[in-house]
Design a protein around this ligand. Structure first.
Ligand code: ADP
Ligand code: MG
Length: 369
């Protein structure tokens, strides 16, 4: 078990910086997920932590000790990759034992550790098989087992489930979460999949272009995204973003007028702080699951939308709508709905669920009350 600290960690390849001074602290025993789009620097960051890439600038601390110059082997971490990289000519047992044998561990100790890991991962019946005789999920479990036998202080996972089909991913997600509960070891898990991040992490670091945009619990990110990027990245379908302008700010909250709403209609204030310059242009955010069809009991912004496409999932329905002025609105309605394409509907945007973002480059969120 170990904690991890990053102080202004920079990675440059030649003159190109791909990680721009990241500060991050992972607590002992925590499950932290790095999530972000492809190419944002997740693997680079993880490989620097593992010791597989040098740190260009800044400090990397494990349990308070600077490890920038400590070799990968001596950091006491174990990494699991997307490609399992199992030895095809070896049995599961041999694959699990190989690393320890290489380190010169006594045979009895190797055997005990391999058997304990196999038990934990339900691989006991498969120990004499070769990788080609295993399913994708079983192979991934062997890869995790190889990390477990090394008894690392921190587990590092780089997109370990990306090669598995959807059903297996859900199952392995649960297995890795359960494994973390049993072992209690610090885990850092990289994925581009926000659902994996939301379901597995204690805390999520959202990365974009080599920067951490936000570091928080899944629900902090969902409820209080700090900017439009995080708001759009977390949640599926994506949060709706609607053009608006501020028409007033007071103790009652922020008053905005949506471009897509009929002018003059009186709209309730949003429970959002803003030292608003009147007429300032903003982006109003609302998640598809918060848009109500018809009126709601609480205060809400009202809009008329034209349904363009309906997706029926059985348990829920997605309505893809057009608003005036070419804007779009996605509605996630619970259950089944009986709307035809082309139908006009009234929708309500409950003010308690709205977000407001700057339209400048920062796209920062206004503070929600
Ligand atoms: N060895 C390298 N040399 C130059 N650029 C690299 C190298 N490795 C990665 N990069 C660049 O660093 C950025 C981050 O890559 P990576 O960490 O692999 O992203 P992610 O894992 O988030 O998809 C990318 O733009 C990638 O092209
Ligand atoms: Mg990667």
């Amino acid at each position: 078990m170990a904690s991890l600290q990053l102080h202004r960690v920079v990675k440059r390849y030649g003159t190109t910086a791909v990680v721009h001074g990241i500060d991050l602290e992972v607590k002992d025993g925590e499950f932290v997920v790095f999530v972000g789009p492809s190419g944002c620097g997740k693997s680079t960051l993880l490989r620097m932590i593992a010791g597989l890439e040098s740190v260009t600038e800044g400090d990397l601390l494990i349990d308070g000790t600077r490890v920038n110059d400590v070799s990968a082997a001596q950091r006491g971490l174990a990494m699991v990759f997307q490609s399992y990289a199992l030895y095809p000519h070896m049995t599961v047992y041999q694959n699990l034992a190989f690393g320890l044998e290489n380190l010169g561990a006594p045979r009895a100790e190797v055997d005990a550790k391999v058997k304990a890991a196999a038990k934990l991962l339900k691989l006991e019946a498969l120990l004499e098989r070769r990788p080609t005789q295993l399913s994708g999920g079983q192979r991934q479990r062997v890869a995790i087992g190889r990390a477990i036998v090394r008894d690392p202080t921190i587990f590092l996972f780089d997109e370990p489930l990306s090669n598995l089909d959807a059903e297996l991913r859900v199952q392995m997600r649960a297995e890795i979460t359960a494994l973390h509960k049993r072992l209690g070891t610090t885990m850092i898990y990289v994925t581009h999949d926000q659902v994996e991040a939301m379901t597995m992490a204690h805390r999520i670091a959202v990365l974009r272009s080599g920067n951490v945009e936000q570091f928080g619990t899944p629900l902090e990110l969902y409820n209080r995204p700090v900017n439009r990027f995080v708001a759009g990245f977390i949640g599926s379908p994506q949060m709706n973003f609607l053009n608006a302008r501020i028409v007033g700010a007071s103790d009652a909250g922020l008053r905005v007028l949506l471009d897509a709403a009929p002018t003059g209609e009186s709209q309730p204030p949003l429970p959002i702080d803003g030292s608003a310059k009147t007429q300032q242009r903003v982006m109003l955010g609302i998640r598809p699951e918060h848009v109500a069809i018809g009126p709601t009991s609480g205060p809400a912004l009202a809009l008329t939308a034209t349904i363009e496409r309906v997706e029926q999932l059985g348990a829920a329905s997605f309505l893809y709508c057009a608003l005036g002025g070419g804007e779009r609105l996605t509605v996630h309605a619970p259950g089944q709905v009986a709307f035809e394409s082309g139908t006009q509907i009234k929708v309500s945007l409950p003010v308690a669920e709205t977000h407001v973002f700057d339209t400048d480059e920062s796209e920062n969120a206004f503070r929600r009350r």
